[in-house]
Design a protein around this ligand. Structure first.
Ligand code: GLC
Length: 643
């Protein structure tokens, strides 16, 4: 049994107990697991006193948790996993791009509620260096709100308002690195040995060179290499991301203890989900790529178990944009099964959907999804179409080859298709971190621009406009029904196009991810009274789908997903199954022409037993013609089985 389930049981059995007694119970139940995890990273012979430090720290951290949140923790333990519910629909946004600051965002809650959003991922809002700061992912503090967003009080008011409105909040915990202006980094620069040991610093480049032999580069164009020489300190420091982001040295148990404290301080502000940023990189070892190492998993699980004791209502999201087979491991494997992160980005589904749009085919999608192991029962996916980052082409080469394509040529085609290197392609994306030598690269651009809306609007081509809106609905219809939390990216609900203004900004122009970090287009939203606007049609359809999702329990995540390979290579079909016989069948056409499917197997599944079933998306009943079911170009159908 995983620890969350155990805690639920504990809470149920002890509903007459005080929160304090329950804390003691949680601590004693978890202690041996925490101890094993700790000593497997930090051997007892050397680090016994650090473990004692952890034992002293946990009650202190628990006492620092606000009373209201302690009660909320207990309620959540009793009420099951809210994050697997069909009622949850998220949106990711930049506060400053949405409506100026935290107060401004608070004023727009009604817009979000109208759409049906009740879970927010707000992008980094803590202090960061002026100038380049990786969109706030270079942190000067884990808990101090940067002035531009408002005050600490504003954040507390905001989280309070969210709680009162039954909404959830996710914030980032940049667990792998701090900025070079973080207090520890500043002390390290000044020669403080204690803090130099908080990072990977070296007096000469022998070890850095040994590491470089196998370490890949995250930002090869703008920040080549993985080390930066700091003359002031006369030492090299590991900087896997940008040169101003120093990697934390978790081989030092003091770093773990300090970061656990930072984490609890963050969740005590009223954070429901912690996005564990770049967690695949947490442990480094010479001779490896230093990603997804077993020790990184142990460390995540250690964070998880300590948080489970201190603040059991908080959940973790794994931001592991890694190979499909590696992502699921962040739910925990072996004795850590179900004891790492409750949620993980479904980066594989996201990348596969973009592959299906470009190729108009679904074979790679099936092949890859069929090979994803079943996740633990208490875990779920965060499903998304676009986010603030690039789209990486992280497919398994083996699967590409099995389809008969060359992995290299295929990836080149995708870059050509999305990044304006093919005249006929409707997509208007940009290349990100392109390496002309290897021809490797990634893709940036907003969903709408990548799906052809920008080009269609430029060319005033109404049928192309319609087609691109259908594609936006198709992809969002999938993330809304696939199982997991659907996370909209602010602006996509109204088909926001690329924002090229970053090209004029000194601190942004080298990073084309800014093209897909647009300002919320309130002007268009205010013009919704002109009902013919394609943006309004899109908003209306997505809003409808969100509301339908919330009415259908079968769309909550209970590992109840079944894929159907229909033999039509343009079509993607899956069912959300239910013991109560009220499943839902989702049928998607990735082709620009109508496609037909043999209806007999759909009949066998029981969708026609009570007459013609209703497609909840178009609200039409579906009939078979000559035994065939027809899907229009880029159509998505949500077929409801009559109860
Ligand atoms: C994550 C963020 C990305 C950032 C990186 C380094 O991948 O999503 O935007 O650049 O971490 O913190």
């Amino acid at each position: 049994m995983n620890q969350a389930a155990l805690h639920r049981l504990l809470a149920l059995k002890s509903s007459d107990k005080t929160p304090e007694t329950l804390f003691d119970l949680r601590l004693s139940t978890n202690l041996s697991l925490i101890q094993n995890l700790f000593f497997s990273l930090y051997p007892e012979e050397k680090h016994g006193s650090s473990f004692n430090g952890l034992l002293r720290l946990l009650p202190e951290l628990y006492h620092s948790r606000p009373k209201e949140l302690k009660h909320q923790d207990l309620e959540r333990m009793l009420s099951g996993n809210w994050y697997q519910s069909e009622k949850i629909v998220g949106m990711q946004l930049y506060v400053e791009h949405f409506n100026a600051d935290l107060k401004g965002l608070g004023e727009k809650l009604s817009y979000l509620q109208e759409l049906g959003i009740n879970f927010l991922h707000i992008m980094p809002i803590m202090t960061r260096p002026k100038g380049e700061n990786d969109g706030g992912y270079a942190v000067n503090s884990y808990t101090q709100v940067a002035k531009q967003y408002g005050s600490q009080k504003d954040l507390l008011n905001f989280t309070q308002t969210l709680r009162e409105n039954g909404m959830y909040l996710m914030l980032d915990f940049v667990v792998n690195h701090t900025s070079d202006e973080f207090p520890w980094a500043k002390k390290a620069r000044k020669g403080d040995k204690k803090y130099q040991a908080y990072y990977y610093t070296y007096s000469d480049d022998a070890i850095p060179r040994a590491f470089e032999r196998t370490l890949p580069e995250v930002f090869p164009e703008t920040s080549p290499g993985n080390y930066t020489y700091i003359p002031e300190m006369e030492r090299w420091v590991m900087t896997v991301f940008n040169s101003y982001q120093w990697d934390l040295n978790y081989t030092n148990p003091k770093v773990f203890l300090e970061m656990l404290t930072q984490l609890v301080n963050l969740v005590n502000l009223g954070v429901d989900v912690v996005r564990f940023d770049a967690l695949a990189f947490l442990w480094k070892k010479i001779g490896t790529i230093s990603q997804n190492l077993p020790e990184a998993h142990t460390l995540v699980s250690l964070f998880r178990m300590c948080l489970q004791v201190v603040s059991p209502g908080t959940v973790l999201l794994a931001e592991a944009i890694v190979a499909p087979t590696e992502i699921v491991k962040y739910f925990g494997t072996g004795i850590q099964h179900g004891n790492e992160c409750e949620i993980a980005y479904n980066a594989s589904l996201m990348a596969l959907l973009w592959n299906s749009i470009a190729t108009k085919k679904t074979r790679l999608l099936y092949k890859s999804l069929e090979n994803v192991p079943i996740k633990p029962a208490d875990c779920t996916w965060l499903n998304y179409v676009r986010c603030h980052d690039d789209i990486g082409l992280g497919y398994e080469n083996e699967f590409i080859q099995e389809i008969g394509w060359s992995p290299h040529e295929h990836r080149k085609f995708l870059l050509d298709y999305y990044c304006q290197r093919l005249d006929w392609s409707p997509a208007k994306g940009l290349l990100f971190m392109y390496n002309p030598k290897t021809e490797d690269g990634r893709i940036t651009g907003s969903a709408a621009s990548l799906l052809g809306l920008e080009k269609a609007l430029d060319e005033k081509d109404s049928s192309r406009i319609k087609e691109s809106i259908a594609k936006i609905v198709l992809l969002h219809g999938i993330i809304l029904s696939f199982g997991g939390i659907p996370m909209f990216y602010a602006g996509d609900e109204i088909g926001t196009l690329n924002d090229y203004s970053f090209l004029e900004k000194e601190d942004k122009k080298e990073d084309s991810r800014w093209v897909n970090r647009p300002y919320q287009d309130w002007e268009t939203i205010d013009g919704f009274s002109k009902k013919k606007l394609p943006q309004y049609q899109l908003f209306k359809t997505l809003k409808k789908l969100i509301h339908i999702r919330k009415e259908h329990r079968v769309l909550s995540d209970a590992n109840n997903l079944k894929l159907y390979n229909t033999g039509n290579e343009h079509v993607f079909v899956f069912e959300r199954t239910s013991m109560e016989k009220n499943g839902m069948l989702i049928l998607c056409n990735f082709d620009e022409s109508p496609q037909v499917l043999n209806g007999s197997w759909i009949m066998k599944l029981g969708y026609f037993t009570k007459g013609e079933p209703i497609d909840l998306v178009s609200e039409n009943s579906i009939s078979l013609k000559s035994g065939l079911l027809q899907l229009d170009a880029y159509q998505i159908i949500w077929l409801k089985k009559a109860d």
